[in-house]
Design a protein around this ligand. Structure first.
Ligand code: FES
Length: 270
């Protein structure tokens, strides 16, 4: 098991406050709140944002990139777009010094245990910082897509009626509700990922070209290629679609404010 490593003096971090430290080559966000110290990985589990640069409010730190919040006492993810906890670590205070012991994932929540084992020579570094402050669920009629075993007959009937209705922006948006983020299990309309839908007549026949401006919850969203493919597949099921163009736009950046009330309900955000 790793040993406790000296990372700071208690006076180095005001209460409330935070400090970026390095412990055994890991970047750790150290917090001082309510007279106790806490340590979590300085990594937002949404897309790697530096948590220590975020706003600290009580026992909550907000990622400065897209606003996910974490409990500094446990590392628990408290709000979108993060859904996984960041790792928390053991902290102890002894004779005015703060020590951190790295934990491994799955080893349980950390606290501020009483001092016990003597500290080893420090290998910690301190960095200046402010102190205040898709499993695919597309129910497509595309024969190449595996149908979900629990897809209801009613659901398929509804999709069939959509794919034969007069094509419009609203119909495209309804079709896109079949495309779900593989991590959040919320469709891309309710997530607020679709910025614009436009239709233009195909000169070669009576069908339509569909152009979609779509964003991602982060520039490096690993689900991006799958979401684009699913978006095209869902819209292409309509009989009047000639082709589908998906443009990824990152401006304005996505924020949780873009979600619909239904999306918020599904994620338990109020
Ligand atoms: S990187 Fe932290 S919320 Fe996106």
């Amino acid at each position: 098991m790793p040993e406790y490593v000296h990372v700071a003096s208690t006076s180095d971090v005001q209460d409330p406050g935070k400090l970026l430290v390095e412990v055994d080559a890991e970047m750790i966000a150290l917090f001082h709140v309510g007279g106790s110290f806490y340590a979590i990985d300085d990594v937002c589990t949404h897309d790697g944002g530096p948590l220590v640069d975020g706003e600290l409010q009580d026992y909550t730190i907000a990622c400065p990139r897209h606003g996910a919040k974490f409990d500094i006492r446990t590392g628990a993810a408290l709000s979108m777009p993060a859904i996984r906890p960041t790792l928390s670590h053991d902290v102890k205070v002894d004779s005015g010094s703060v020590f951190v012991r790295l934990r491994e994932a799955g080893s349980g929540p950390s606290g501020n245990p009483a001092p016990s084992a003597g500290p080893r020579a420090s290998t910690a570094s301190v960095f200046p910082t402010e102190t205040t402050d898709k499993q695919e669920t597309l129910a497509s009629t595309d024969a190449s897509t595996d149908a979900s075993t629990d897809a209801s007959t009613d659901g398929n009937t509804a999709i069939e009626s959509l794919t034969s209705a007069t094509l419009s922006e609203d119909i495209v948006r309804e079709l896109l509700k079949q495309v779900k983020d593989p991590e959040l299990f919320v469709n891309i309309i309710d997530l607020g990922l679709i910025y614009d839908v436009s239709l233009s007549p195909a000169p070669e026949n009576s069908k339509q070209h569909v152009s979609i401006d779509m964003t991602m919850t982060s520039p490096a969203c690993p689900a991006g290629p799958q979401l684009i493919a699913d978006t095209k597949r869902a819209v292409n099921t309509h009989e009047s679609v000639e082709d589908v163009e998906v443009r990824i736009v990152m401006e304005p950046p996505w924020t949780p404010d873009r979600m619909t009330d239904d999306g918020r309900d599904q994620l338990g955000i109020f």
